[in-house]
Structure formats: C-alpha cells, structure tokens
Write a protein of this length. Structure first.
Length: 127
C-alpha cells in the first residue's frame, strides 16, 4: 500500500484542478478539454471505488449462467478471464441457449451488469 497521497487522493486533486481550469478558461476548446479530463478522472475514481464489488457480482452472475468457476487471484487476470467468460456468454446467447429457459436469469444479469457500468461511467444516469 502506498503512503499518502494515495491513488484516490491524487485522482481527486487532479479532477479538481481540471475542473477549476475548465471554469477559469476563456477558450471554449480548452474548457471542453479540461472538462473531458476532469470527467475521465472522476470515472477512474469511481472505478477504483466500485469496480471490485461490481466485478465480483458480474462473476457470480456468470457463474449462475455458465457454471461456477473460481476467479483468478490477480486483478488483471480476473479482468481478462471475465472478458473471455462474457464472450462465451455471447456465443451461448447467439446459439439460442437462453431463448426460453434461463432467459429471466440472463436478463437480470445483463441489467445488473449494465446498470453497474453506468454507475461508474455516469452515476446521474443510473436512477
């Protein structure tokens, strides 16, 4: 674990700096660029705060649809395996596996997963 400032504090400071620069800039293009940077940093902050729980939930949802599997220990390996499992889910959907039985479970999983992604990308839209 890093000493202070930690990653969240650094991201917060950078976001605030970018927002202040956006508000202070007289050039429309610069305002836009600073605002894009500030919003991107806010997304990174929310991802750091929420992503672990969301990944765990998505993994468990996929366990219910594809069969249980232990997630890899390393976060990068877990993210890569999650992409593979989602690709497998897409193949099974395309193959009609969830056309009747299991469709409700599939739709609940998709709704929860997308809702959580929106909560990270733009929480005001996740209502």
């Amino acid at each position: 674990m890093q000493d202070r400032p930690d990653a969240r504090e650094l991201l917060q400071a950078l976001e605030e700096f970018m927002r202040e620069r956006s508000e202070a800039s007289e050039d429309r293009f610069d305002r836009f660029q600073f605002l894009v940077a500030a919003n991107s940093l806010a997304i990174l902050q929310r991802e750091l705060e929420l992503d672990d729980d969301f990944i765990r939930g998505e993994w468990e949802g996929l366990d219910g649809l594809l069969g249980a599997e232990e997630p890899p220990l390393r976060i990068l390996d877990r993210a890569a395996r999650l992409r593979e499992r989602n690709a497998d889910l897409c193949d099974r959907i395309e193959g009609g596996e969830f056309d009747r039985e299991g469709e409700d479970r599939l739709l609940r999983h998709i709704y929860t997963t997308v809702f959580n992604k929106v909560r990270i990308a733009n929480p005001r839209e996740a209502v």
